[in-house]
Design a protein around this ligand. Structure first.
Ligand SMILES: Cc1cc2nc3c(=O)[nH]c(=O)nc-3n(C[C@H](O)[C@H](O)[C@H](O)COP(=O)(O)OP(=O)(O)OC[C@H]3O[C@@H](n4cnc5c(N)ncnc54)[C@H](O)[C@@H]3O)c2cc1C
Ligand SMILES: *[C@@H]1O[C@H](CO)[C@@H](O)[C@H](O)[C@H]1NC(C)=O
Ligand SMILES: *[C@@H]1O[C@H](CO)[C@@H](O)[C@H](O)[C@H]1NC(C)=O
Ligand SMILES: *[C@@H]1O[C@H](CO)[C@@H](O)[C@H](O)[C@H]1NC(C)=O
Length: 507
């Protein structure tokens, strides 16, 4: 695929009506006060540090981290977004979009001090066209409302994460895994078209036929390239029968835990059909297998049999129940199961998390798993954090995630068997964060990687880890080839680094 050069020739500037409303560009960096007055002249009513709403409006979901934005705006149209970006780039201020605000690194408020935060919550409309199985929505909409909108608009659905309050802008810009993903792909694989505001304030369309480089970049590395204001996605008929299962294996000693995990790894690699999504959860050590079979209950026993036959001891307790589509989404949502985010305020947490992607051709060894469970059942029992680990099955026979070529989207790790998330929060979810929390989570990862020093483990960009340097982050999230290509595209679309945060492409 050609890199970059065709872009300036093919880009379509759809609307650019900012000149009349903004002070003239000076070309030089003017700083925060120029930004605020520019935003005010554009009728964007900026929330600045002197505003009474500033503190509440700059809170991150992850209360471990707090940063001070230059200003916060709530645009009501794509033209407003373009005006805001133009003001910031003229003033030499970096820009962060905020959709659901759930970035683990508080990147929705810039991941550092001094960004203009462009909050997209007013851009939350959705239009479903069931006859063509497509939907278009504003990226201010959150996952729960998206799922309700799709279902109410003709029993449609797509793959995405479980938490109703996660925003579509961040989620589809980094990946978007859910239990249907082995069958339907990541959320970003559903995208067929995007409307994007670029650093120079132009509003463009990206798709397989327009601005292909931008289309590549926003599917995995969106925050470095622009503000995606609306997305058009391919939808699926929502399955009417969905079998949810839980198997609890505790108590296990390290040896039995290793063998139970090996049974899961083998089952995932060899037997699990794509209509099955599942994970292993280790919740402060309790070993659970949870998942959904998107099919009939009468078929489920045969589907799960190879796994149950292979575990060293049978589950201590189990449950298998069938739900309709909204029923299964509510089960997975946790809390009170509400999908409508306008009916109740979001929660928050105070946490640190890391990830690890285990490749299809390099399974965890018995030695690595033994080291891992010895760590969990040793230091893990003494930590004053509240922790869990998930190992989500991504690959295996017929996985739609891995059917996509590694050069098609900026999300390029397309041979993952399963993805770990290691997550530790303060015991009451509020600050302060325990002083050994970060080293405890690092220890979880090291217990595995130290036993497999030559393995190229990837990490998952949606579980963004602010402890990594930009260079480390690019290698583990994108790999070196994709990073090079993204750097070329970045230099063409955002040469002044307007869309900047500590791990952005171009840092
Ligand atoms: C409770 C919880 C549950 C989760 N569950 C899952 C899960 O099941 N599966 C999964 O894959 N992930 C999951 N995640 C991770 C989630 O996908 C990421 O944190 C995601 O980036 C959050 O998106 P957001 O819009 O809420 O965050 P934000 O903080 O608003 O944005 C995240 C990043 O994307 C940028 N961004 C936001 N909107 C746009 C836009 N429109 N255009 C360009 N850039 C934009 C921001 O600037 C920031 O850099 C979960 C996270 C949490 C906190
Ligand atoms: C904005 O940037 C794009 C991409 O580099 C370019 O094609 C377009 O001409 C620019 N528009 C303006 C108004 O400068
Ligand atoms: C959520 O609830 C509000 C208030 O009852 C309602 O107006 C809105 O339409 C609901 N959203 C969805 C997606 O169903
Ligand atoms: C672990 O548990 C298994 C099964 O209960 C038992 O056979 C084994 O001896 C135990 N191993 C250790 C080291 O305690």
């Amino acid at each position: 695929m050609a890199i970059g050069n065709s872009l300036s020739a093919t880009i379509l500037v759809v609307v650019l009506v900012v000149g009349a409303r903004l002070p003239p560009a000076t070309g030089a960096s003017q700083g925060p006060s120029t930004l605020t007055s520019c935003l005010s002249s554009a009728n964007l009513h900026p929330v600045s540090s002197s505003s009474s709403d500033y503190k509440a409006d700059s809170l991150a979901f992850n209360r471990r981290l707090s940063y001070k934005p230059a200003d916060i705006v709530f645009p009501a149209s794509v033209q407003d977004v373009a005006s805001a970006v133009t003001c910031a780039s003229q003033a030499g201020i970096k820009v962060a979009a905020r959709s659901g605000g759930h970035s683990y690194a508080a990147n929705g408020i810039g991941g550092e001090d001094g960004s203009l935060v462009v909050d997209l919550k007013l851009l939350n409309s959705i239009k479903v066209t069931a006859s063509t199985q497509t939907a278009q929505f504003g990226t201010g909409i959150r996952l729960g409302d998206l799922a309700l909108g799709l279902f109410n608009g003709g029993k449609q659905a797509m793959a995405h994460g479980t938490c109703p309050y996660v925003g579509t802008g961040g989620h589809l810009g980094c990946g978007g895994f859910g239990f249907p993903s082995r069958n339907w792909g990541l959320a970003l694989d559903a995208v067929i078209k995007a409307q994007v505001v670029l650093a120079n304030g132009s509003i463009v369309t990206a798709s397989a036929t327009e601005n292909q480089d931008l289309f590549f970049a926003i599917r995995g590395a969106a925050p470095s390239f622009g503000i995606v204001t609306s997305l058009t996605v391919k939808t699926h008929d929502a399955p009417s029968s969905n079998v949810m299962f839980h198997y609890v294996f505790n108590p296990l000693n390290a040896t039995t835990a290793v063998n139970t995990f090996l049974a899961y790894q083998n089952y995932g690699a060899n037997s699990a059909p794509p209509t099955l999504g599942m994970n292993v959860e280790l919740d402060s050590g309790v070993f659970t297998m949870t998942g959904v079979y998107y099919g009939q209950k009468s078929d489920f026993a045969a589907v799960i049999k190879p796994l149950l036959d292979a575990v060293p001891q049978p589950p201590k307790s189990s449950s298998v129940k069938t739900y309709d589509w909204l029923g299964i989404l509510k089960q997975l949502a946790g809390g009170d199961g509400s999908l409508n985010t306008t009916t109740k305020a979001d929660t928050f947490d105070t946490f640190y998390a890391k990830s690890l992607m285990v490749a299809e051709d390099e399974h965890l060894t018995k030695a690595a798993l033994t080291s891992f469970f010895n760590y969990l059942y040793g230091p893990g029992t003494k930590s004053d954090t509240s922790w869990f680990i998930l190992a989500d099955l991504w690959g295996g026979p017929g996985s739609a995630i891995n059917a996509v070529s590694s050069t098609e989207t900026a999300f390029s790790r397309r041979s993952t068997l399963y993805t770990f998330q290691f997550y530790a929060s303060s015991s009451n979810s509020a600050p302060p964060y325990p002083s050994d929390g970060i080293s405890f989570v690092d220890g979880m990862v090291n217990s595995i990687t130290s036993e497999m020093p030559n393995t190229d483990f990837g990490m998952y960009n949606c579980y963004v880890d602010p402890q990594l340097s930009a260079a480390e982050a690019h290698t583990v999230y994108y790999g070196d080839d994709t990073t090079k290509r993204l750097e070329t595209i970045k230099s063409q679309l955002d040469p002044k680094n307007t869309f900047s945060y500590p791990q952005a492409i171009g840092q």
